[in-house]
Ligand binder design. Structure first.
Ligand SMILES: Cc1cc2nc3c(=O)[nH]c(=O)nc-3n(C[C@H](O)[C@H](O)[C@H](O)COP(=O)(O)O)c2cc1C
Length: 339
């Protein structure tokens, strides 16, 4: 029996309320960040990449990364690895021991440390390996299996279509495509034409990714490439409103206003509270430094604020400072300056 879709898009049996997807970002997309973004309406959130070996060896820190708050679902949990045995074992563990809805395999990470382990973007040169690895995972789990990949290794080796077809043949339930090559790292532009080629070449859902910086970009990506979902990464850093504004724009064509300084700081504080619960105050204060600088982007005085925040070690001090910063800006009736 084929199920009639009732929601905008579906991966296997998992239905999404909308087409807006939060990208996996290592060191960022933990439960505290994901939940905060989820509350702004993301249709699907991806967790940061997690090492297959770390899971298999039951490394304490790795296992703590598997934590999922029940309010986050639907959620895709991404694993990476270069060997079939450990990848399958890790996928089975995620399948049986977590509330993730989808298991995603990382095939896009460009950094040398990961490539050296034959993982991440390494596979992009070999559709046969992709087929073998994805089939092995699919055969051993019950949750839908997806892949997030880059378009190719370098300009001369763009096998996006062949690779996506291999994923589909192997039983992959969807593919997310970042329109850059491994060689590009995060430079240059994402090539949306190749994302469109992939969409036309497979019948599983395709999620487009790369350089979506505004709600209008998201609509343009959906219109120009025909993808089923649009994935947003860097534009959501310190700006979960980007997700909400995109969802609203895609649904109604309305462009909602940017948040006020107070709203930004309030969400920053909520994010911090969740991070402190997840990792303890000491770690959270440090990790929050980068987030705070993203939340404060475009607000007058953010440079000085960043310097002060980078020296704060105490949770209470950080909260007091952020509140004081917001009060000062609001007292002078300053809204967020667009950058
Ligand atoms: C800090 C950072 C960490 C990332 N970590 C991951 C990761 O763990 N797994 C992954 O598949 N992609 C990762 N990516 C890539 C993003 O998911 C996304 O593909 C890329 O940023 C392009 O999308 P954007 O232009 O919307 O940012 C990361 C990107 C950044 C900036």
């Amino acid at each position: 029996m084929t199920l009639k879709p009732t929601k905008p898009f579906r991966i296997g049996y998992v239905e999404m309320d909308n087409r807006v997807v939060l990208a996996p970002m290592a060191g960022i997309s933990n439960s505290a960040f994901r939940l905060t973004v989820k509350e702004f309406g993301a249709g699907l959130v991806y967790a940061e990449m997690i090492s297959d070996k770390g899971i298999v060896q039951q490394n304490e820190k790795t296992l703590s990364m598997l934590y999922i708050d029940e309010r986050e679902n639907p959620l895709s949990l991404q694993i990476f690895g270069g060997e079939k045995e450990t990848l399958v074992a890790a996928a089975k563990y995620v399948d049986q021991n977590t509330t993730a809805d989808i298991i995603d395999i990382n095939m896009g990470c460009p950094v040398n440390k990961i490539i050296k382990c034959e993982a991440g973007a390494r596979w992009l040169l070999d559709p046969n390996k992709i087929y073998e690895m994805v089939s092995a995972v699919v055969d051993n789990v019950t949750k839908p299996v997806t892949v997030k990949m880059r378009i190719g290794w370098d300009e001369k080796n763009i096998l996006a279509v062949e690779n996506a077809q291999a994923i589909e043949r192997a039983g992959g339930a969807a593919v997310a495509v970042h329109g850059r090559t491994r060689e590009q790292m995060y430079e240059g532009y994402a090539n949306w034409d190749i994302i469109r080629d992939v969409k036309q070449a497979v019948s599983i859902p395709v999620i487009g990714n790369g350089d979506v910086e505004s709600p209008q970009d998201a609509k343009r990506m959906l219109d120009e490439t025909g993808v089923d979902g649009v994935m947003i990464g860097r534009a959501a850093l310190g700006d979960p409103w980007m997700i909400y504004r995109t969802v609203e724009y895609l649904e109604s064509g309305d462009l909602k206003p940017e948040p006020s300084v107070r709203e930004k700081i309030d969400v920053c504080l909520l994010h911090f509270e969740r991070l402190a619960q997840l990792k303890g105050e000491k770690v959270a204060v440090r990790e929050m430094r980068k987030h705070a600088s993203w939340y404060l982007k475009g607000i007058r005085g953010n440079g000085t604020a960043r310097t002060i925040i980078n020296q704060i070690e105490d949770a209470n001090e950080l909260k007091v400072y952020l509140n004081q910063f917001a009060e000062e800006r609001m007292a002078s009736r300053e809204e967020v300056v667009s950058v």
